[in-house]
Design a protein around this ligand. Structure first.
Ligand code: ADP
Length: 403
């Protein structure tokens, strides 16, 4: 294992648990800040391990590996939300500074805990219920009407733990699993399922903020996220034609949630834009929370004075935060999903040559259909043109278009 090398002059080491693309994208800003990074990587060739010299291999579920890793770091943060509570507790017991703290992180790890807490602090959410039995499901569906949305409280991502169902039979397997998880006192369904009304939303929005331990906070402009088959494919920054009052109250809500929950670091609040059924006024309801740099913030790497990865490092180190102001009227981000290319490099050259205004970010991941392997950003003044250019580049890299 290569120990992290500290820059002379008292500069710190930030440890990241998990060696995925988020940890990888911290590498550039860390180098510029003279902050050293160390990542606990899943494998020697993990996305972050390719570019960060200190990348011991170990599992985020292995207490001993995580403690040995953390002993060499000044603060520890996360590439994902899957570090189990017992591992977080062991880190806390040793006095390792963790950002976000386990007390906050639970609301990003567990959607039922999140719904309970947001309801307590009066944040607008879809109608929801906790369900352990078929009767619980029927009761909720009678209140809100079929179809409903069912979610596994833990472990879902990219829509994988989400089902839109029109009858209780479609949840038979999850209810059975909930019974066995409850009997064992462990597993993603041990507290049952999260049920939600199917929100008739106008579009999906995300509010990205950063908060430091000394309570400084900064908010980027509210963005629109476009999903295809449950996966975010495009982000428009700022959200076009967003009602200014909605932008203000949505941002205020994200900042208030960050403070109430004690979140530190970058924090994303995914929201649905809805219309008040009586007045037609634009409103939001909160879908979910992420306590780390987030896909909805990738645009900021090129489109804002301070990108989310730099800001996350500044926040977890309690450094003064940078300006989140946009650098251009519009920035469009398009995710690159894995396609048919065994060799991506020729496609990557083509995209760069075709449009020198694009910023291409690839994560060093092997190409698998549907997997997020990178993204492109493009900023400017003509939104329709930017969308077309970003989408073309992403499609070319996926292999959906060849010219
Ligand atoms: P994940 O944790 O997998 O990202 P989400 O809870 O964000 O799951 O849900 C994934 C997608 O499913 C959302 O982006 C949205 O398009 C849709 N969705 C989730 N909850 C609801 C809901 N209550 N009503 C309507 N659509 C929903």
């Amino acid at each position: 294992m290569t120990s992290p090398q500290r820059a002379p002059g008292g500069f710190p080491v930030v440890g990241v648990i998990g060696g995925g693309q988020l940890a990888r994208m911290c590498a550039g800003p860390a180098a510029e800040l003279a902050v050293s990074l160390s990542v606990l990587a899943e494998a020697p060739d993990a996305a972050a391990a390719q570019v960060i010299p200190s990348a011991p291999v170990g599992s985020h579920t292995d207490v001993d590996a995580v403690l040995a890793f953390a002993a060499e770091c000044d603060v520890v943060t996360f590439d994902h939300e899957h570090v189990p509570p017992e591992v977080l507790a062991a880190l806390e017991e040793r006095g390792v500074p963790l950002h976000p703290s386990p007390a906050a992180l639970v609301f990003a790890q567990d959607k039922l805990a999140m719904r309970h807490r947001l309801t307590e602090i009066d944040v607008a959410c879809p109608a929801w219920a906790q369900a352990r039995t078929a009767a619980d499901v029927e009761t909720f569906a009678e209140q809100v009407g079929w179809p409903i949305v069912a979610k596994t409280p833990r472990g879902g991502y990219d829509g994988k733990g989400v089902r839109v169902v029109g009858s209780v039979e479609e949840l038979a397997d999850w209810l059975e699993r909930a019974d066995s998880d409850a009997a064992q006192g462990s597993g993603p369904l041990r507290d049952g399922l999260l049920l939600e009304e199917k929100v008739d939303f106008v579009r999906e929005l995300a509010v990205l903020v950063a908060r430091s331990p000394s309570d400084q906070a900064a908010a980027w402009p509210v963005v629109e996220t476009v999903q295809t088959d449950g996966i975010c494919t495009e982000v428009l920054a700022p959200a076009p034609d967003l009602d200014p009052h909605l932008a203000a109250v949505a941002t205020e809500a994200a900042l208030r949630i960050a403070e109430d929950l004690g979140v530190t670091g970058v924090f994303a609040v995914e929201m649905f834009e809805v219309r008040d059924p009586e007045t037609g006024a634009p409103e939001y309801v909160v879908n979910e929370l992420a306590m780390r740099p987030h896909n909805s913030g990738h645009w900021s790497m090129d489109g804002a004075v301070t990108g989310q990865f730099e800001q996350h490092l500044r926040a977890v180190l309690d450094l003064p935060l940078g300006s989140p102001a946009p650098r251009a009227p519009w920035t469009v981000m398009a995710n690159v999903l894995g396609g048919d290319y065994p060799e991506l490099y020729p496609a990557y050259r083509h995209v760069m040559a075709r449009d020198p205004g694009l910023k291409v970010h690839l994560y060093g991941k092997s190409v698998r259909p549907g997997r997020k392997i990178g993204h492109v950003n493009v900023s400017g003044t003509d939104l329709a043109d930017l969308r077309e250019r970003a989408q073309h580049a992403a499609d070319y890299l996926t292999g959906v278009v060849t010219e």
